[in-house]
Write a protein that binds this ligand. Structure first.
Ligand SMILES: [Zn+2]
Length: 312
């Protein structure tokens, strides 16, 4: 907040909006694909049916919304009539009823019907960390908007934005328009501040060389970003990258294209001090954008970023 004028915060607090769902087990609200409510329903179903095929328990495969009582036979679009099925199961089931499709497995039919009726006990699907974060954000005194993952996906779809971590962040909450998202994104990665170990080992575990006790030499530190403009000799040229210092003042620079050895400190200027973070501009992959959009609407693919661990 010291460097960027933050005026408000939008947080994805829950996967889906239970208020919007209005207790689908009881009310059985109708869903329509592509609407905000439709996206909330998707997230809800993923949670309710535990991200697997209700018929064969397949996980980590594309899942589709499935009408337990088939639409062709008058089955409704109500959320309570929906489950998740893998593509093969969905195709095989076709317009069969639940009992017909699972004629050889009455136990599973019973289980599915029971699960369909059971209210989602961890309905909020909020994990405690997110709530703790919410409280901390509130404490900043800024406006904090809490939104659902369903809305994030809905926005991404409406705004025709490709799936990307940073763009997802821009799609959280009430978003009417999103501009300039094609611009490169600043990625910040924690790289650490080096190691305390002063002896390097070879592959057999024997000492291979000793590192400096002090990390600085000639005003530079290992890990600093430097620009070296070499004006004479075999290594004439300009190099930008992270420096590894030697007491002699002859440095190595790790550039994007490789390691350049033996550059005198006299040619170097520091661009950025090593602060334990790596900074780079990454381009948004436009290629995977549009094609993925439509597929995403039809299919519910398991979300690998979903937090694991105990759910509340
Ligand atoms: Zn299946």
């Amino acid at each position: 907040m010291r460097w960027v004028p933050v005026t408000a915060i939008s947080q994805e607090l829950v996967r889906f909006d239970m208020q919007q769902m209005q207790n689908p087990e009881i009310r059985g609200t109708e869903y329509q694909q592509g609407t905000l409510f439709g996206f909330e329903v998707r997230e809800y179903l993923l949670e309710k049916w535990e991200r697997k095929c209700a018929y064969c328990d397949a996980e980590n495969v594309p899942l589709e919304m499935e009408h337990m009582h088939p639409k062709a036979r008058g089955g409704s679009n109500r959320v309570s009539n929906l489950t998740l099925a893998c593509v093969p199961c969905n195709q095989r089931k076709g317009t069969k009823s639940l009992a017909e499709f699972l004629a050889t497995d009455p136990e599973r039919v019973r289980k599915i019907l029971a699960q369909a009726k059971a209210p989602l006990r961890d309905a909020a699907a909020v994990n405690s960390t997110r709530w703790a974060l919410f409280q901390r954000l509130k404490a900043t005194g800024l406006d904090v908007e809490a939104a659902s993952g369903g809305r994030t996906k809905f926005n991404r779809h409406q705004l025709q934005v490709p799936k990307d971590h940073c763009l997802d962040a821009a799609c959280v909450g009430q978003v009417d328009a999103l501009e300039h998202w094609q611009q490169p994104v600043l990625s910040i990665q924690a790289t650490g501040r080096g190691t305390y170990q002063r002896t390097r080992l070879n592959q057999y575990g024997f000492p291979r060389g000793y590192l400096l006790r002090q990390k600085a030499a000639k005003g530079f530190q290992t890990g600093d970003m430097v620009k070296a403009v070499v004006t004479k000799g075999k290594k004439t040229g300009t190099y930008v990258g992270r420096v590894a210092v030697r007491a002699s003042g002859s440095f190595n620079i790790k550039t994007a294209s490789g390691l350049v050895q033996g550059i005198s400190h006299r040619f170097c200027t520091c661009i950025q001090r090593a602060d334990g973070y790596g900074y780079s501009l990454t381009k948004i992959a436009l290629a995977k954008g549009a094609a993925h959009l439509d597929e995403e609407v039809l299919r519910i693919t398991p979300n690998p970023e979903a937090p694991r661990g105990p759910r509340l």
